[in-house]
Design a protein around this ligand. Structure first.
Ligand code: ZN
Ligand code: ZN
Length: 116
């Protein structure tokens, strides 16, 4: 009863906020450029697609939505007549009603799913 169980309460895990290191000035060498998120967006001002890897591209492909939607929509009634009325269309949340998406031609040149 009186014995205190051996616990790991002796381990005090301290998060030491990184102290001011003396070696300042050597930062900025973080490999941030290799980790930037990929994006492929349409630049309306330039009227062109811009790939975060290749920059402005004029060569684009089209990847049809893999979710099995019809041009971005599901016929709800066909999917589940109990929940949907005839003609109820559900927007596909994968392609957001687009039916697919435009991809950079350079990035997707080896992608067998792309329609050119
Ligand atoms: Zn879709
Ligand atoms: Zn690209």
């Amino acid at each position: 009863m009186a014995s205190t169980p051996e616990s790991n309460s002796n381990y005090s895990r301290r998060f030491v906020a990184s102290p001011h290191s003396a070696g300042e000035g050597r930062e900025g060498d973080v490999s941030e450029t290799a980790q930037k998120p990929y994006s492929f967006v349409f630049d309306e001002a330039k009227d062109t697609w811009v790939c975060s890897v290749h920059g402005p591209v004029s060569w684009t492909g089209w990847v049809p939505c893999w979710n099995g939607c019809q041009d971005g929509y599901f016929d709800g009634y066909e999917e589940d007549p109990l929940w949907y009325d005839e003609g109820d269309m559900e927007t596909c949340d994968i392609c957001d009603g687009e039916g697919g998406w435009t991809v950079c031609g350079e990035c997707a040149k080896d992608n067998p799913d792309v329609e050119w």
